[in-house]
Design a protein around this ligand. Structure first.
Ligand SMILES: NC(=O)c1ccc[n+]([C@@H]2O[C@H](COP(=O)([O-])OP(=O)(O)OC[C@H]3O[C@@H](n4cnc5c(N)ncnc54)[C@H](OP(=O)(O)O)[C@@H]3O)[C@@H](O)[C@H]2O)c1
Length: 330
């Protein structure tokens, strides 16, 4: 008989209430994959969007029989697929999955070994699970898209969120002068992450914050007129969400007149980048910011909170083994 595990699934697109706890067969690792017993998974806005999307959920349900959300994980390697060489059974690992792989809100997941890395040795599983997607996104935005240089002035909009808390710290690691933008409640945290200045968008006009070589817009809420005012000549606007309106700006020459550029990131799981984040965490230069840890069975509440869009850092799901009672049966 197949061994079972708890997992959060959804069988139709909809609000957070469509998430149900179910008992499913444990997956087995394919070639080049490891099997991870998950101890923690974190919630990303992408999980909320995928659950609400008819198309994304339908693709996953077709592939796997049901859709399991979740990209981030931290856990222990419990089995090795053929052709793997990076890990041993018992290793604590963290990493990120991406569709069409089945998600991380589950007791066990199969993971391509190139999407995982040894977990930072000074973090709990919950802290480690908060890092991969937002850490990789901030790193790939700043290093690959903005190509930041030491001494540059960087403004991070949405500095208190998952990606923002990472972007503030990673820009500092690259030797930049960082200004963070957030609401009053989060200002102290953003200063504590290394921002030299924090702008409270509920009280100040962000467009008047100064001139910057790089504007990182994690929430894509800045108007393009504001972006144009904030960017110095040759400045780069980098964002987490593609914006159709930037095309208009390029066509009309309103950004290109001053050689300003816009770029977007699509995060990719990458063991080398996970190892870099791990090194920074172990050196004490990068720290996770976790708003709450809740049990896997409360995934729907966690989605409601992330959907509201005002968390400080991450909301994390703790995955218990041998203790949690299923709400529905598969
Ligand atoms: N392209 C990719 O590969 C990729 C990767 C990761 C994330 N993303 C996307 O990037 C976005 C952000 O992700 P995340 O994980 O950072 O989200 P998040 O953690 O949910 O962001 C929440 C933060 O946004 C801030 N915020 C909300 N409205 C704001 C405003 N008007 N101005 C400034 N800050 C504001 C909130 O601060 P206050 O409470 O102070 O308002 C809160 O701290 C999501 O849409 C996500 O899907 C894309």
């Amino acid at each position: 008989m197949a061994e079972l595990m708890d997992a959060v699934v959804f069988r139709r697109a909809g609000g957070p209430e469509v998430l149900k706890l179910a008992r499913l067969a444990r997956p087995r690792p394919h070639i080049g994959e490891i099997l991870v017993q998950v101890h923690a998974a974190s919630v990303n806005p992408a999980d909320d969007k995928m659950r609400a999307s008819r198309v994304a959920g339908a693709v996953l349900r077709r592939l796997h029989g049901q859709a399991i959300p979740g990209m981030d994980f931290a856990g222990t390697v419990v089995a090795l697929g053929r052709g793997t060489s990076r890990f041993d059974v018992g290793d604590p690992v963290y990493g990120a999955l991406r569709p069409p792989h089945s998600g991380s809100y589950a007791g066990y997941i199969r993971v391509p070994e190139t999407w995982a890395a040894p977990m930072p040795n000074n973090l709990t599983f919950e802290e480690a699970a908060s890092l991969p997607v937002v850490g990789l996104t901030a790193l790939q935005l700043l290093r690959d898209k903005a190509r930041v240089q030491a001494g540059e002035r960087v403004l991070v909009n949405g500095a208190s969120g998952g990606v923002g808390t990472m972007a503030v710290q990673i820009a500092r690691i690259y030797g930049c002068h960082v200004t963070g933008v957030c609401s009053t409640r989060h200002m102290e945290t953003v200063y504590s992450l290394g921002a030299e200045r924090v702008v409270d968008y509920t009280r100040e006009v962000v467009a008047h914050a100064g001139h910057f070589d790089v504007v990182v817009d994690t929430v894509s809420k800045l108007s393009l007129d504001t972006v144009r005012q904030l960017l110095a000549p040759y400045g780069r606007y980098v964002a987490t969400l593609p914006r159709r309106d930037t095309l208009l700006y390029k066509v009309t020459g309103r950004l290109s007149a001053q050689h300003q550029a816009t770029r977007f990131v699509a995060v990719r799981p990458d063991a080398r980048d996970l190892n870099l984040l791990r090194r920074w965490v172990e050196e004490g230069r990068l720290r996770p910011v976790v708003e709450h840890v809740v049990p896997l069975a409360r995934a729907a509440d966690a989605h409601r909170e992330v959907h509201a869009g005002h968390s400080e850092g991450k909301v994390v799901l703790a995955v218990l083994h041998g203790g949690s009672a299923p709400l529905v049966s598969a």
